[in-house]
Design a protein around this ligand. Sequence first.
Ligand code: PLP
Length: 421
Amino acid sequence: MKEEKKHKMRPESLMMSYGYKPELSEGAVKCPIFQTSTFVFKTAEDGKAFFQVAYGHRTPEEGEELGLIYSRLNNPDLEILENRLTLWDEAEDCAVFESGMSAITTVLLEFLRPGDTILISSPLYGGSDHFIKKILTQFGINVIEFRAGKSEGEIYKTIEDSGLSKNLKLIYIETPANPTNDLVDIQICKSIATHFSQLTGNHIYLVVDNTYMGPVWQHPLKFGADLVIYSATKYIGGHSDVIAGACLGSKELISRIRVLRTFLGNMASPNTGWLLLRSLETLKARMDIQAANADKIADFLNNHPKIDKVYFPGNLTEKDGLPYHTKVKQCLTNGGMISFDVKGGEKEAFTFLNALKLIKLAVSLGSTESLAEHPATMTHVDVEPQLLKELSITGKMIRLSVGVEYFEDIIEDIRQALDKI
Ligand SMILES: *Cc1c(COP(=O)(O)O)cnc(C)c1O
């Protein structure tokens, strides 16, 4: 009995059952899709009590669970999904959204006000970059940017040189960065947040978009992040059949985010929740295969005469200094994303992409099938040309999301497509 108590199960063992009570659903082994907009209250008193908690008019009593009200506020598929997602990041709470972008925009809108400054790493996902630079700025929010891979001293200098440090409220980073796989050290960003929090008296939140590593390969909360965000469309969903997002962190922060979600109305649907519950059962198994495949494919690319450069965390060595140490510290694998430059330019890259047979020519990532795309003209076309150049996102770059196919079949497809160049 004692032994049993001590044993802590891994998240992958709990993904089939955690948080679901079959007796509440006719004994169904799987959580049904609760395709309903509203829920019947047993009594008027219950309805009153639920609303008090949902709208923050009363703090719930010890052990009191929020009753089901209306699917814009809560729904069993979403609640079970949120509970299961907390296990990977060991987070107190989670809120799921109808897309990764809605998770990102809701967090930024909750924690930033006109006159505030946001510090971002670059490159960022194109949608995040657009929202921060082209939309948040219209609401009087200032943006400071630092390049992934910069040292702590260089980041301090960027902040101080901007003259905007007094109003710094939020640090938003993405690591590894898309599509270059550049790493940002989460712990360093936390110490920057702490430093400027003390200096300014602001509480500076650290938010990490962890989509690229997914909930299995990197746990930003452990390195001091306040919030971790996912496009659940990617590894969490993992089958290219659903758009969704998630945000995890403390109960206090997530309850603020959940209130804004209620009023923006950008929660996920019950059907999306159900699809993601299904996806989570195989998350670890899928990602194990993807990471193992990626290592083998990177090896092949590293040694191919038609490849100029491979951007892959597994290629970092001690000689690379900070990025290498960051990787060893915060990444549990090299990930499943590889970018590479073919010799030549856009023409050669397009010839390669058009020749692929098994690998699909499509944006998105983290799915069971391998996907390849051309960042400079597709996902990152909106990024300013000068920045693209600085980040070495050029015409010859291909981004590959490694799937769960047999690795030799993926390699063979890449080999025959490179032969066409
Ligand atoms: C895809 C992606 C997003 C946006 O997510 P959606 O689910 O498409 O809204 C955000 N960040 C990263 C790193 C992504 O890859």
